[in-house]
Ligand binder design. Structure first.
Ligand code: FES
Ligand code: FE2
Length: 399
């Protein structure tokens, strides 16, 4: 983030702290709880936000060298992503062109060749079919036509995007817009080193998981023994640009930092940026690295989702040796467990209410603007009616 923008945001946080204010959405909105239970809605989200939208499958550091690969089946599309010999990022359907078996079964690693476990058809890191055993018996097929089926893949600003539809192209400018291109390069995400990866299979809709990142109103209550020790609750900055929005959560370290000259101000000391990348990605850049959170629906159960929470460490810290790595791993896992044990525990209990059908709506407050934006963004993309902005009185009267 540019330093002048950091200073602007830090001043905004200080102003909120001094005045006892927070961002104000200008009103409240009510959201039907069927949003989290309706199978027809879920199917539309699946088709439009997941099957028809480029997906972030990781960061550049997940494919650190030529021959590095990772596999992914989060959307029921088997994906093999590789760093090709020339350093380029590639992605393929991880299904053999012979009879469709999964070619690479490991989650990640390094390989020059991928050999199918069924009959050993073999592919290179660029997806070309380079080995077909006993071809004189199988048939003299044209190997050049039978490489792994490519998927559109693009690496930008340290993030890896793949389109799960083999027929589709990626348009990251359309997905992410100018803001992404201006601000994301300043974080140097491409240099980060993967450190921890956790998977949380949770009994809540994927959007409820996303919602837990959308406000700090809950910090002094839900996180009173954890995050609230390091953060001021119920104060944040909030900005949006198209599909994206960015919050800055307010760290208690701002209290000492604001006394320093502005040239020494650092947004990662004063706060925690939270970027929401449509549809299912939360990025949290820290002074030590970055958390990447991805939430995947269960196609057959709107009340369940899987979150992947990964932490990537700055290379300067990774180079400091085992002690630093162990320390950073411990911190990253503790933070991930706050997400699992506190935030996602609430998301599951919200899902229980939604499943019971006993509450028709829930309410987003004036101090939860990211939730207003998030829900109205996907409603607009589905061509559905926006949640209207309400004043306090009309919320009371319509409940
Ligand atoms: S299915 Fe892969 S080699 Fe036969
Ligand atoms: Fe939280």
């Amino acid at each position: 983030m540019q330093h002048d923008e950091q200073v602007r945001l830090i001043k905004q946080l200080c102003a909120h702290l001094d005045a006892g204010t927070n961002e104000d959405a200008g009103g409240l909105r009510r959201l039907p709880t069927a949003t989290f239970t309706d199978s027809a809605r879920s199917e539309r989200e699946w088709n439009e936000f997941f099957m028809a939208t480029p997906q972030c499958i990781g960061m550049s550091g997940d494919l650190p060298e030529p021959g590095s690969f990772l596999t992914n089946n989060d959307l029921g599309i088997p994906i093999l992503a590789t760093r090709d010999q020339d350093g380029s990022f590639k992605a393929f359907v991880n299904s053999c062109r012979h009879r469709g078996a999964i070619v690479e079964t490991e989650e990640r690693g390094t390989a020059r060749r991928f050999s199918c476990p069924f009959h050993a058809w073999t592919y290179d890191t660029g997806g070309a079919l380079v080995g077909l055993p006993k071809s004189e018996h199988f048939g003299d097929v044209d190997k050049s036509c039978l490489g792994l089926r490519p998927l559109a893949a693009e690496e930008r600003h340290g993030l890896l995007f793949v389109h799960p539809d083999p027929e589709a192209a990626i348009d990251l400018d359309q997905l992410l817009g100018e803001w992404f291109n201006d601000e994301f390069p300043t974080w140097n995400f491409a240099e980060l080193v993967p450190l921890t990866r956790q998977v949380f299979d949770t009994e809540c809709n994927w959007k409820l998981a996303m919602d837990t990142f959308g406000e700090t109103y809950h910090f002094s209550v839900l996180h009173k023994n954890t995050l609230f020790n390091g953060f001021h609750g119920n104060v944040q900055c909030y900005d949006e640009a198209g599909h994206l929005h960015r919050m800055i959560l307010c760290k208690r370290d701002i209290d000492a930092m604001r006394l320093l000259p502005e040239e020494q101000w650092d947004i990662t000391v004063a706060g925690l940026p939270v970027y929401w990348i449509f549809p299912n990605v939360i990025l949290l850049p820290l002074d030590a690295g970055c958390f990447l959170v991805r939430a995947y629906p269960d196609r057959n159960d709107p009340g369940r989702h899987v979150s992947r929470v990964s932490f990537y460490l700055k290379p300067s810290l990774a180079a400091m040796g085992d002690e630093m790595t162990a320390f950073a791993t411990d911190i990253a896992e503790k933070f991930s467990h706050v997400i699992r044990d506190e935030d996602y525990a609430m998301a599951s209990s919200q899902q229980t209410a939604a499943n019971s059908g006993t509450l028709s709506h829930v309410i987003f407050g004036r101090n939860e603007p990211a939730l207003h934006h998030y829900h109205n963004t996907y409603l607009a993309l589905l061509g559905l009616e926006q949640l209207p902005l309400l004043d306090e009185a009309s919320v009371t009267n319509t409940m």
